[in-house]
Design a protein around this ligand. Structure first.
Ligand code: BES
Ligand code: MN
Ligand code: ZN
Length: 490
């Protein structure tokens, strides 16, 4: 797994500033006043900081932006970075400041003079998240990012406060690695093996093979994978931080590659479907984060791992398959495969764990990308309280999420002539009919959220906190939701 940059917190010691190599960062409030450590750095750098702060360049910066001073006289450091940030910035501004530092430092060491900054953890988390690089398949080995050192008057406190953020960064990196991995590398088998790595953190991991799934009656899931050389699997991950209480169940769509099947997708852009396991990747990242910070909550993660390929054995449009629940589905379009995978895994999760709540994540529809773009995931729910709690957690972690409607009228669009339902509802409201399909596999008493992450799991232009490619969207929101709603407070 790509490891986030190592971060250490040390006692402020300004005696050797002149010898520090790499990048030295300090915070400057909008009014341009320098704190004690910045004043000291300014003296060593022969007044460069004060001159920079008095310049129009500093004036023109927004909060969270950085002014870069190259090769300042008096210092060994190659850059001094002035982060324009008030003592109590918003979380997003603080993270943006950290992200800007990550971008400018590249792989150089970074020393952050904390001064009186109140959102230090968010700055460092922003730097860690934006510092991600997926370099696994470049023959020229990437230079790993050097360490981040934070000088503060209370290093132990800062370190303790940062532990939970570090767990989030690791979870996000695991998700990004999985989502960025090409499909010839991340086969269903390789995916299951990587998930087994979570057992090092105390997560119980169990892999259900095709024969097991057949016995359970997961025919809709198996039908999706039957054209592939990679065997279909369901992986069950259990974190019992809350003992035997009814767990939160996280369900992920893990289509390691989606060609569309016999309803083949057009060639242009098909390579993007390497990320069609984003839901499963996010569940894996969230489980990592929860276990890493030893969350006092019980959470189970279940992912359906399949590959959707055209083949002599592949399922056809018009096939009728029976789900584990017992309902039959007429497969009108083999490219609407995610819901066929999820419905069996969701049913199994409810059957086996009787969860207190269930959240599924899936790169489910192109229609959600048309509706919400890359800014927000689509949120669908049968429970206002749970949904509001999730939306708040997403807001608190800066992850875009927007609630979409469900309703009987949409459900009717799934009516089939020959089976209990069709797997598509037609072009109108494509993301909603997909959610309606899933809701048919949610027991009335299970509070449930469906997250359509097709637009946010991977982005070609990068985001404030992620370079181009996988974002890890959802790991931090889910972690925050668990903290706010499912964790025992003692
Ligand atoms: N994996 C796709 C959805 C998708 C699209 C994910 C774009 C990420 C980016 C899904 O399996 C799919 O093919 N959905 C179809 C459904 C249609 C056939 C009803 C779609 O959205 O076109
Ligand atoms: Mn598809
Ligand atoms: Zn798909």
């Amino acid at each position: 797994m790509t490891a986030p940059a190592s971060v250490s917190f040390v006692q402020t010691d300004l005696t050797a500033l002149a010898e520090v190599e790499g990048v030295i960062a300090c915070f400057v409030a909008a009014d341009g006043s320098l704190g004690a450590d910045a004043r000291r750095l300014n003296r060593v750098a022969k007044g460069a900081l004060k001159r920079a702060v008095a310049s129009p360049a500093f004036d023109g910066l927004d909060a969270g932006e950085v002014l870069e001073l190259g090769f300042p006289a008096g210092l060994s450091a190659s850059t001094v970075a002035l982060v324009k940030l008030d003592r109590r910035p918003s979380m997003m501004k603080a993270m943006a400041g950290g992200a800007a530092l990550a971008k400018l430092r590249g792989s150089r060491p970074l020393l952050v003079l904390a001064g009186t900054m109140r959102r230090l953890g968010d700055v460092v988390l922003g730097a860690a998240l934006r510092g991600y690089e997926f370099g696994d398949h470049k023959s020229k080995e990437a230079t790993p990012a050097a360490d981040i050192t934070v000088m503060t008057k209370a290093p132990d406190e800062a370190e303790a406060a940062f532990a939970a953020a570090r767990a989030q960064a690791e979870g996000v990196f695991l998700t990004r690695d999985l989502v960025n991995e090409p499909s010839n590398v991340l086969t269903t088998t390789e995916f299951a093996e990587r998930l087994q790595g979570l057992s090092d953190l105390g997560v119980k991991v169990e892999v259900l093979e095709e024969a097991d799934l057949e016995k359970l009656g997961m025919r809709t899931l198996l039908a999706v994978g039957q054209g592939s050389e990679s065997p279909s699997k369901v992986v069950v991950m259990e974190w019992r931080g809350g003992g035997d209480e009814a767990p939160l169940a996280l369900i992920g769509k893990g289509v390691v590659f989606d060609t569309g099947g016999i309803s083949l997708k057009p060639a242009a852009g098909m390579e993007d479907m390497t990320m069609d396991m984003g839901g499963a990747g996010t569940v894996a990242g969230a489980m990592h984060t929860l276990a890493r910070r030893k969350a006092k909550a019980s959470v189970v993660g279940l992912v359906g791992l399949v590959e959707n390929m055209p083949d002599g054995r592949a399922q056809r449009p018009g096939d009728v398959v029976k789900s584990m629940k017992g309902d039959t589905v007429e497969v009108i379009n083999t490219d609407a495969e995610g819901r066929l995978v999820l419905c069996d895994v969701m049913w199994y999760a409810q059957d086996r764990f009787e969860p207190a709540a269930m959240i599924d994540l899936a790169t489910l529809t192109g229609a959600i990308v048309i509706g919400l773009g890359h800014e927000n995931a689509g949120v669908f729910s049968n429970d206002d309280a749970l949904c509001d709690a999730f939306l708040k957690a997403a807001k608190d972690t800066g992850e875009g999420a927007w609630r979409m409607p469900l309703g009987e009228g949409y459900d009717k669009m799934l009516k089939s002539r020959v089976a209990d339902m069709k797997n598509i509802g037609g072009r109108p409201a494509g993301s909603i009919t997909a959610a309606q399909f899933l809701q048919r596999f949610v027991k009335d008493e299970t509070p449930w959220i469906h997250l359509d992450i097709a637009g946010v799991a991977s982005v070609s232009n990068g985001t404030a906190l992620a370079p181009a490619g996988a974002t890890g969207w959802g790991v931090r929101a889910l972690d925050q939701l668990v903290r706010a709603r499912f964790e025992a407070t003692d």
